[in-house]
Ligand binder design. Structure first.
Ligand code: PLP
Length: 431
């Protein structure tokens, strides 16, 4: 990141006193994104969450129509659907890629379906050709939440941003390409672009002229300037993230740690994948659960995260309606996915340390599973507050919503059983 260059931009903004309202930096950002992605229109907005809602509104879909989307995504994807008066229908995802495809979407299709909102997770493109044919054959709209995936390309080589009727990228601080906070909507449709343009500025189309609904979704000049500085280096950034994914893969292979699936390994040969996230699955045959691994990594100052626990179908306001939903792959990923540190500040030596820790955990003190098998030789030194947190969340849910009682009780008895087993194996300590 060119810090001096960015500080010069801030000086210029302070000198010109053009702080916002689609000024020169925002305009340049949009033009640069269009030429980089080779897409006709780009709109800089304040974040991807509002971008998703704007994109859905711009399609003018039938009110109350069903939109198929994955349950394995960030909550913003679903919230945007209900914000626009549409009904989210959660589908399962593919166990290898974690993405949705024609198989998963077809299983949820109904005469009420008006759109598919697919998510290009982790810097990887969905089956864009298959989804395009499916949407065309069934006369429904196709949109993409590409929040994770700026700079990624489909197998045909075309950059994401060019697929479906429109796509949204996030420029949140956690993303490979970021502007502190921010979002981008891209489309090749002149009609959708015409609807989007005034929507981010209160529907204003001229002096004293308001032509449609809109709100304040603009990106400020400082945010746009920061994004532009990053865009100059985007290829370097993508290469750096890919290198990190390769290093994790190489070291894991050398150490041969059983019970860990490395998502990135399957897509290293996919030129278009940015590997913006380093995503592992901690499987059943690993001695510790995923949450125990996270706790132990945090004890060692490694900030690993689970994603997107507990799954959108288990979050309010969706959970009440969906208590019988069967989406086994999503359920499994919510329990097993572990996202590890990557990015421009992560060095090879950091990755070595993380892999060494995983290797150590794979041979370390007995886990809950081992306790279940009767081996109680060693002390468990992990933090179980996440189990207690989950239990109090479920107790709360059970009290609030009668119709969730049965499913909450089932989950509670499983979790409480786990805690009791651990407690017994530690000689009845309170955990
Ligand atoms: C898949 C997905 N969609 C949407 C969003 C929302 O992005 P933003 O924070 O820019 O609103 C995120 C944020 O991380 C995300 O992961």
């Amino acid at each position: 990141m060119d810090r001096e260059g960015f500080l010069r931009d801030v000086d210029e903004i302070l000198d010109t006193r053009i702080f916002t309202n689609l000024g020169p930096f925002a305009a340049k950002l949009e033009a640069t994104v269009c030429s980089y992605l080779n897409v006709k229109h780009a709109f800089a907005v304040s974040n991807a969450s509002v971008g998703l809602a704007m994109m859905l509104r711009a399609l003018e879909l039938r009110a109350g129509g069903e939109v198929i989307l994955p349950a394995y995504t960030f909550i913003a994807t679903a919230h945007a659907v209900i914000e626009c008066g549409l009904k989210p229908i959660f589908c399962d995802c593919d166990p290898e890629s974690h993405l949705i495809g024609v198989k998963e979407v077809s299983a949820c299709f109904s005469p009420n379906t008006v759109a598919v909102l697919a998510v290009n997770l982790w810097g990887l493109a969905c089956d864009v050709e298959g989804l395009r044919s499916f949407a065309e054959e069934n006369h429904i709209s196709l949109l993409y939440d590409s929040a994770h995936s700026f700079g990624a390309r489909a197998p045909c080589g075309t950059f994401l941003g060019n697929f479906g009727e429109a796509e949204v990228f996030s420029m949140h601080a956690t993303k490979l390409f970021n502007s502190f906070e921010g979002g981008l909507i891209t489309t090749n449709s002149d009609l959708i672009a015409k609807r989007l343009a005034p929507m981010r500025n209160f529907g204003i189309t001229g002096q004293d002229q308001v032509s449609c609904w809109g709100s304040n979704y603009k990106l400020s000049e400082v945010h746009a300037a920061f994004a532009l500085r990053q865009l100059c280096n985007i290829e370097k950034l993508v290469d750096l993230y890919k290198e990190n994914a390769k290093t994790y893969t190489k070291l894991l292979e050398e150490h041969c740690v059983p019970g860990i699936r490395n998502w990135n390994e399957s897509f290293l040969s996919h030129e278009g994948c940015t590997h913006a996230y380093v995503c592992f699955e901690i499987q059943q045959n690993f001695p510790l659960t995923r949450d125990e691994v996270i706790a132990r990594l945090r004890d060692n100052n490694v900030f690993a995260k689970r994603y997107f626990f507990p799954g959108l179908h288990k979050c309010q306001p969706y959970a009440r309606r969906l208590k019988d939903l069967k989406i086994p792959v999503t359920e499994k990923l919510c329990e097993e996915v572990l996202v590890l540190p990557t990015g421009s500040t992560v060095k090879e030596s950091d990755i070595e340390r993380v892999v060494d820790l995983l290797k150590k955990f794979s041979k370390s003190s007995p886990s809950i599973n081992k306790h279940v098998n009767g081996n109680t030789e060693h002390e468990i030194s992990v933090d179980f507050s996440h189990l207690q947190e989950k239990i109090s969340y479920l107790r709360d849910l059970k009290c609030k919503y009668e119709d969730l009682t049965a499913s909450c009780e089932r989950d509670l008895s499983f979790l409480e059983g786990r805690l009791t087993r651990i407690s017994l194996s530690r000689g009845g300590d309170r955990l």
